[in-house]
Design a protein around this ligand. Sequence first.
Ligand SMILES: NC(=O)c1ccc[n+]([C@@H]2O[C@H](COP(=O)([O-])OP(=O)(O)OC[C@H]3O[C@@H](n4cnc5c(N)ncnc54)[C@H](OP(=O)(O)O)[C@@H]3O)[C@@H](O)[C@H]2O)c1
Length: 334
Amino acid sequence: MASTAKGKVCVTGASGFIASWLVKRLLESGYHVLGTVRDPGNQKKVGHLWDLEGAKERLQLVRADLLQEGSFDDAVMACEGVFHTASPIVTKSDSKACQTLEEMLNAAINGTLNVLRSCKKNPSLKRVVLTSSSSTVRIKDEADLPPNVLLDETSWSSIDYCESLQIWYAVAKILAEKAAWEFAKEHKIDLVTILPTFVIGPNLSPELGPTASDVLGLFQGETGKFTAYGRMGYVHIDDVASCHILAYESAGAQGRYICNAAVLDSDDLAALLARRFPCYPVPTSLPRVYGDQSYGFDTAKARALGMAEFKGVEEMFDDAVASLRRHGHLPVPL
Ligand SMILES: NC(=O)c1ccc[n+]([C@@H]2O[C@H](COP(=O)([O-])OP(=O)(O)OC[C@H]3O[C@@H](n4cnc5c(N)ncnc54)[C@H](OP(=O)(O)O)[C@@H]3O)[C@@H](O)[C@H]2O)c1
C-alpha cells in the first residue's frame, strides 16, 4: 500500500532485474519515479513496470543511453535523488565478452561518469546511490585472502588479479566505482555506493537478465556458470532494494555498503538446492576451481543503516524458483 507522497527520484536502467524491484519498492513507499530505459516503447522490456502498484499515477519512463553524453540531463534535472543501476553485465564465461570488452568498459566507466556529469548540473540533487558490486571487494590473490577473513567496505579487489583471470565485469565495476568516487569528491556530489553480492529473487519481467538466466541454468542441470563463480555471497533482491532506499533516505549514510545475506562455496549451494528442489536436475556438487576459499563479508555497516535481518538463502531461491515457474521458464512439478 502506498504511503504518503515523497519526492521524485530517477532510476537509471529501470527495466533491469534489480532496478525493476527497486522501482516497485520506491512506488510502494510513495515516491514519484522517473525511470530511464533505452527504449521506452519496447513493451517486452518495460511492460512489467506498468503493472506495478502506483505506476499509472507516479511512474514516468524516458529514454537515456549511457553511451550518449548528456542523455541523462533532463531526467536527473527533474529529480531530487538518483539511483544509478544501469550497467552492462558480462561474465568471463560469456564467449562474446572479448568482442565487447572495450564497449563494456566504456559503457561502465564513462557511462557512470556521464550520469554523474548530469548530476553535477542539478544543484538541488540530494544524493546519488550507485549500484556497484561485491566483485569490487572480494577478488584477490590467495595471499591477500587469509583463512576466514571478513571483508568489509575498506577492501578493494585487485585489478591485476581480475585481469589475469579475465574477470572483465569486475574490472569494469572497480574502475567505474573508483571513477565515481573521484568525480563525486571533486564536484561535491553526495554519493553512496551499494555493493550487492549475487542477487537472487523474483524476476518481475518475464524476460530473464544475465543473472536470472544463470540461476535458471543451474536448475536445468548446467554446471559451467556456478563453477566459475566459486565462493560467492548471496542476497535477496528485496533486501538489495531496501538497502538502496535506506542509503538514500538515511541522513548519515556515507561511503560504501556491502549488501549480503550468506556466503557459500558453489558446491555447497548446489547441494543445498539439490536437496531443496529434488524435482529439478540441480547438480549435487560442483568442482572448486579456486581452491579452498573461506572469506566472508562484514555487513555491520548495512545493519547499522537499518538492514536488521537479511532474508536467507532458502527464501531467496524459493522466491526465484516461484517466479521462474510463474513465467514458464521452469516446469511446475505435478
Ligand atoms: N544481478 C546481480 O547479481 C548483481 C550483483 C551485484 C551488482 N549488480 C549490479 O546491479 C546493476 C543492475 O544489475 P542487474 O542484474 O539488474 O542487470 P540487468 O537486468 O542486466 O540490468 C541492467 C540494465 O542496464 C541497462 N543498460 C545496459 N547498457 C545500457 C546503456 N548503454 N545505456 C543505458 N542503459 C543500459 C539495461 O537496459 P536495457 O533494458 O535497455 O538493456 C538494463 O536495464 C548493475 O550495475 C550490476 O553491475 C548486479
